[in-house]
Design a protein around this ligand. Structure first.
Ligand code: ATP
Length: 255
């Protein structure tokens, strides 16, 4: 049901020796909401996404999916539960087609292995999921194009398609607009506005205009700690947030 809590962290921490990458973070992510996560460099945003998709185990604390505890499970179990993650750095196979890239991703959902041609039925499901995902992001005309031959912006769209091909309920997106021009960013904003009607989205993004436009809820992290979660207006008016950002800018200007 829309707006139910679908993913939750309770006192979640990740420490690397003395570095507290994340410390004692309790957050709730709701069904069919876009939950933005922002914070200065090193705030712990990627660490949070890595734990939410199971690729990084917490030092302490818990993660719940639909009320069930899932921290410590293998990453493929997160995928099977519909938790899909995109990466900050490009994650595509440049030398094969867009369809084949998405098929490899879809394969993770249907068989949990890379045995792509295990059965004719599985193969058909994989292909359908891959085609559907490419259509969802508007790359239907690029299905048979080699990934290296599409533009940078289209490659970022392809990454989104690869997450969608895993048939997720929750999209964990790490800077999908990084390195994009204005026009390309607008296309991704439009796409995310559409996707958030169907999926829960956790969006880490440095583009503040985009995050303000898209977020139903917005969390600010700073130096591994949770500053605030609220609506965009609530967060924008919070003095601590201004300090976290302005403080850093002033330091940079003085340097
Ligand atoms: N494998 C690791 N070993 C040691 N420290 C790490 C490791 N991964 C992250 N850190 C540290 O944890 C902190 C949080 O890093 P993280 O990458 O989550 O920040 P971020 O908010 O995503 O930053 P950015 O916006 O620059 O991507 C940083 O101080 C970082 O140096």
């Amino acid at each position: 049901m829309a707006n139910d809590i679908i993913l939750e962290t309770e006192s979640l921490s990740k420490h690397w020796g003395g570095i507290k990458a994340l410390d004692n973070i309790s957050l709730q992510f709701r069904d069919r909401e876009l939950h933005g996560v922002v914070g200065p460099n090193g705030a712990g945003k990627s660490t949070l996404l890595n734990m939410l998709c199971g690729t990084l185990n917490p030092t302490s604390g818990c993660i719940f999916h639909k009320g069930e505890r899932i921290d410590g499970m293998k990453p493929w179990k997160f995928v099977r539960r519909g938790i899909g993650r995109s990466f900050q750095k490009t994650n595509i196979y440049a030398e094969v087609t867009c369809l084949e890239n998405c098929a490899v991703a879809a394969q993770r959902r249907f068989t949990g292995s890379f045995n792509l041609f295990a059965s004719r039925h599985a193969n058909k499901l994989v292909r359908e999921a891959a085609e559907k995902a490419l259509c969802q992001v508007g790359l239907d005309r690029r299905i048979h194009t080699i990934a290296a031959e599409i533009s940078y912006g289209e490659q970022r769209q392809l990454e989104l398609a690869m997450v969608l091909a895993t048939d997720p309920c929750i999209l964990l997106l790490d800077e999908p607009m990084a390195g994009m021009g204005h026009e390309e960013s607008l296309r991704i904003i439009e796409l995310l506005n559409e996707l958030k009607k169907t999926y829960s989205i956790v969006l880490v993004e440095h583009d503040m205009d985009a995050i303000f436009e898209l977020s139903d809820q917005l969390t600010v992290l700073d130096n591994g700690t949770h500053l605030i979660t609220g609506t965009v207006d609530q967060v924008r008016n919070e003095p601590q947030v201004k300090e976290a950002y302005l403080g850093k800018e002033e330091e940079e200007e003085a340097a």
